[in-house]
Ligand binder design. Sequence first.
Ligand SMILES: *Cc1c(COP(=O)(O)O)cnc(C)c1O
Length: 459
Amino acid sequence: MKNDNNIPYKIYLSEDEMPRQWYNVRADMKNKPAPLLNPGTGAPLKAEELTPIFCEELVKQELDDNTAYFDIPEEILRYYKTYRPSPLVRAYLLEEALGTPAKIYYKFEGNNTSGSHKLNSALAQAYYAKQQGLKGVTTETGAGQWGTALSMACSFFGLDCKVYMVKVSYEQKPFRREVMRTYGASVTPSPSMETEVGRRILAEFPGTTGSLGCAISEAVEAATTHEGYRYVLGSVLNQVLLHQSVIGLEAKAALDKYGVKPDIIIGCAGGGSNLGGLISPFMGEKLRGEADYRIIAVEPASCPSFTRGKFAYDFCDTGKVCPLAKMYTLGSGFIPAPNHAGGLRYHGMSSILSQLYHDGYMEATSVVQTDVFEAAEQFARVEGILPAPESSHAIRAAIDEALKCKETGEEKTILFGLTGTGYFDMFAYEKFHNGEMSDYVPTDEELAASFATLPNIEG
Ligand SMILES: *Cc1c(COP(=O)(O)O)cnc(C)c1O
C-alpha cells in the first residue's frame, strides 16, 4: 500500500491555521482584467453606477485591482468554522486503482449542506448586505447550488432571499427548490411573468425552458425595482473569486505543512470561481516569479468558452441589462444543447481568468460528458464521494494526467478541486447508467451564429 512520508489520507488545518484574509490575485497581475462597461454608454463603470445593483462593500472589492489582502470579518469566519477548513484529501485509493506513480490530492468543498464551494462567497455577500442594512437579496440559480448556498447564508444573517431558478432546473430538480425553501428563500421559475425582461423573453420565445443569462436579467431587475434589495451573483465576478481564494489558501497551507508542491493544478470552469479561488495563491507565486505551476481549466465540450470562445466584451446576461465584461465568451445568446447534463453552462468566463489565460498563465481543455460521468463513477467507486457532475470535469482531467504519468513513469503531484457532491444530479447519473447520455459538441456554424450577437466594442 502506498503511503508517502506519512502524509495522511486527509490533511486538516486547525481553526487557528485557517486563513484570516482573502487574497486578491489582481494585485499581482501586470495586465489587469479589463474594466466592466456601462451597457448603455460603453464607458467604464464607476462605483456609483454599480451601487444600485450591488452592496457598497462588494462594489469596492469588485473594483479594487491593487489591494492584495482583505480581512475576513469575524462574523463570516464564525460561519466558515461550521464547515471549514475543508479537507485536503490524498487520493491514495484512486492512485492505486489507476496504477499511477502520480500523487493526487483533492480539495473537497462538498462538506456542507449546500454541497458545494458556493457557500464561501454566499456568506460573504449576505454578510455585507446585512451590514448595509438591506432587507434582502435577489439572485439566479441554474442547477441550484448557488441558490441553496445563498439561502443558507441569508438565513444565518436574517435576510430575505429571492431566487430566480432556470425553469428546466426548477422542474427537474424539485428537491433543490425545497432545500432553498427550507432555508426561507422564495423560488420563482425563470423566465417568469414577474419582471419586464421575463415577460419580454417569454413573448419572444414562448415555451423556453430558460437559461442562466435570462434568470440573471430577471434577478437584477427585481433587485433594482425593490427598495432595500441588491443583486448577488455566485460566480464570474472579481469579488466572488476573492472570497473563493479561501479554498486555495487552505489548500496551500495544508500542502506546505508537508512540504508538498503541486506540479499540476486542475479545476472545472463554469464561471471560474472555484478554479480562480483554488489557484489564486499559486497563481500569485507564478505571477511574482517565485514558483511555476501548470494550471488547467476544464470545461464541457458542449459549452467551451475558453477553448472555442472569443476574448471580447460581451453581455453577462441574455436580457442585456448587466454591465459588459471582457471575457472568453460564446455570446450571451448561447444556450448549451438540451442533452447537456453536466452543469458549467454559463456562456462567459471570469474576466480575471480570461486575462490570465489570454496572457498564457494557464491552459484549458474540454471534455465530453460521457467521459465526465465515466470518471465520476470511477472516482465514486474507489474514493467513496459521489461527485457533482461539474466537479467530475476536474476528476476526468486529473485521471487523464495521472494516466499520462503511468506511461512516462513521472511522479507528478496533481492537485484538483472537488467542488461538490452530486446527490441532486441523479437524473443525469440515471441517463448515464441507462446508456441514454449522448455527447453534443456545437458546430462552428452554431458558434458563429452566437458570436454574431457580440456587441461591437474594442477593448
Ligand atoms: C457552481 C459550481 C461549479 C462551477 O462554478 P464555478 O464558478 O466555475 O466554480 C462547479 N462545481 C460545483 C459543485 C458548483 O456548484
